[in-house]
Unconditional design. Structure first.
Length: 255
């Protein structure tokens, strides 16, 4: 609306100025038209200046609100990154030789290869004791709820790229699968059926996990690019310590 008003003001001022200058050129009311033209040009400059000031203020407010909205995602993303790393740590037989400090260095080909040996029926690194089946499901639910709350409360302050990433993560097949694993276990118990919970090596699972980690990596990268270094979502330097749960290989299938 303000831009439309500015365009109309510019058009009116331009036409009146042109008419005034034309009249002055013809010698009619020279003093009057000269003063009128000067006044109109002054008004035009004032209008343009005020519009620029308002636009800059609105842009600063928009950027501020966007950062506030993104900041709501920091803790959920940090927890989710820790979950994905801990699954990897509990799958490997030894620490990775590469330095790992975030999604870009974590989600390499070796990540998906090692996760193929991850056994969800093993104990998770939590107290009280519970299986990875329940722990992963709980973390997935918490992550999804945080994304949903952020979208509901701050969608108007987020751009289409962020909204698309959040909605895609909410619809992640990998998260949906982890949420359903407790139901699979409970049905098996009721039916007296025993199965292996080493799912991630099955056909199609690698692609499903990779699609999820790609989306998550994109969100973390976008977040970190707009936040101060101290607020970045990243992994700590002591992630491979064996006195920090989970222990290396603690959920690796023995088969």
């Amino acid at each position: 609306m303000r831009k439309f008003g500015l365009k109309v003001s510019i058009a009116v001022v331009f036409l009146l100025s042109s008419a005034s200058l034309f009249s002055y050129w013809k010698g009619w009311f020279s003093d009057f038209t000269l003063n009128l033209g000067t006044e109109l040009i002054g008004i035009l400059i004032t209008v343009v200046f005020i519009d620029l000031v308002i636009s800059r203020h609105e842009q600063r407010e928009k950027s501020k609100l966007r950062r506030i909205a993104l900041r709501q995602l920091r803790v959920p993303m940090q927890r989710h990154l820790s979950l994905l790393f801990n699954m990897y740590k509990a799958s490997v037989t030894a620490p990775a030789t590469r330095s790992i400090d975030g999604p870009e260095t974590l989600f390499r080909e070796d990540y998906y290869l090692q996760l193929a040996s991850f056994d969800l029926s093993k104990d998770a690194p939590v107290i009280p004791k519970q299986q990875w089946i329940d722990y992963a499901c709980h973390e997935v639910n918490e992550f999804r709820e945080s994304l949903s709350r952020t979208l509901e409360k701050y969608a108007m302050h987020l751009d289409s790229e962020v909204i698309d990433l959040l909605e895609s993560l909410l619809g992640s097949n990998f998260l949906s699968f982890l949420k359903q694993v407790p139901n699979i276990r409970n049905i098996d118990r009721n039916e007296g059926f025993k199965r292996s919970f080493v799912f991630f090596g099955a056909p199609g699972m690698k692609d499903m996990i990779e699609r999820h980690t790609d989306l998550f990596s994109s969100l973390v990268k976008l977040f970190n690019s707009e936040m101060d270094q101290a607020d970045h979502v990243k992994l700590s330097s002591d992630i491979w310590r064996n006195d920090v749960s989970p222990q290396i290989g603690s959920a690796r299938s023995v088969a």
